[in-house]
Design a protein around this ligand. Sequence first.
Ligand code: ADP
Ligand code: GLC
Length: 476
Amino acid sequence: MKILFAASEIYPLIKTGGLADVAGSLPLALRTKGHDVKLIMPAYQGILEKVAPIQKTINLGNPFGVGDLRILETHIPENDTPIWLVQCQALYEREDGPYVDKNGQDFEDNHLRFCAFSWAAAYLVSNSELTDWQADILHLNDWQTGFAAAYLESWENKSVAVVTTVHNLRYNGSFEMHKFASTQLSTELLTMQGMEFYGRFSGLKAGLVYADAITTVSPSYAQEILTPEYGDGLDGILNVLSDKLTGILNGVDYNAWNPEIDPLIRQTYSTTSLQQKTTNKRALLAENNLSTDLTKPLFGVVSRLTEQKGLDLILETLPTILAQGARFVLLGSGDKTLEQGFMALQQQFPEQVAIRIGYDEAYSHRLQAGLDVLLIPSRFEPCGLTQLYALKYGTLPLVRQTGGLADTVFEEGEKANGFHFQDATSEALQACLQRCLETYHQPAIWHQKQINAMQYDYSWDKVTDQWIELYSSLIQ
Ligand code: ADP
Ligand code: GLC
């Protein structure tokens, strides 16, 4: 099958969260099974330095009046995956992140930036003579690509099947109606059964209503989003569309996340040399000038700092476990109030708490290898990848039971691999942390949980067949 995989971030080119990891690894897994997959992503500033030399340029003209859109055909050097970069200087060549400026504000023209990107993807699958490549499937990911389904709908293109994957329903890519004219889409699409969303227009809703299939990134989240609590205003339409909705759990690229071969950690280890993990713990503590007493547990977080992740609950509960000798390390950035809250905690407990505000891929690996426990108290979590990485590193995840966290972390039974709690309250988290501390002081039980954790197989290999089945069902 020929699959065009569209995403606004793709590891190792650019990453702000799990979407990039998925977009970097699912296409690879599909290629390993013999499918012909191409990626498409905007040519953000600095991206050209990270790809192979451009093999071909296709000029698509100036449909949005902001400058020519050019398709640069190349591939990702690390793994040879072909990629089309959508180049338009006025839209994508900016110093800041892919979505927000340096003050963390969404770019004012994000509707245009991602309509143009989506338009380019839709245009290429509709005009195969430009590329000598006719896609069977256009696989869209999140709101930044959802507009592509609307362009195909308005062009009445039925020759390609569209799959939309929801990685996060909270970001619905909705914009004020006065911006709609610049999208070049027909106002006929602005209905309740179309892409209109509470008086605005939404890229994600377009991706949902005009897709042939909708997936989300875990079975539990696929159920949750049908309820008002988790539906973010889209549960109504999702219930209407539920026949085409499925949940397929994300996988992990164990070439990148594996303590046996990870070049980014101090000491590699496996289930049979688990004691070596302590070398990583000691190094992580030393790197942060924290006491290297190995008898006390080390908790940590690697996360975007947003309301979603429930980290405010950690701020409330941490002092009690610090009083029992635990230490805490955080890597993350985002919400300024949370950043300040964690910095204040560090000031209050300088010998036990180390906070690093920023984004650092290598450090995130050192955390996964050196921590005893990774905390993920998310209010909602479509899949979550950090708990899957933690499991592989024998770092026990402590999670709120929601979405993909509920599908992958288990506290009870023979296969127990972590800790979980139900209510998004500091009391529930507190009680869970207490259970975790007690277990830490029962080394045999802890060790068994670590072994269980490391033996879980959440590789792409296990789920790629589900993807292939879904794609095949759409093109038959
Ligand atoms: P989300 O996509 O909601 O952010 P996931 O758990 O699916 O959550 O994926 C997060 C990804 O981003 C993981 O690869 C994690 O290691 C990475 N990550 C998050 N914050 C940082 C950071 N500050 N520095 C480095 N990597 C980070
Ligand atoms: C989103 C979700 C996260 C998921 C990731 C990759 O950002 O918040 O739970 O793991 O996408 O699908």
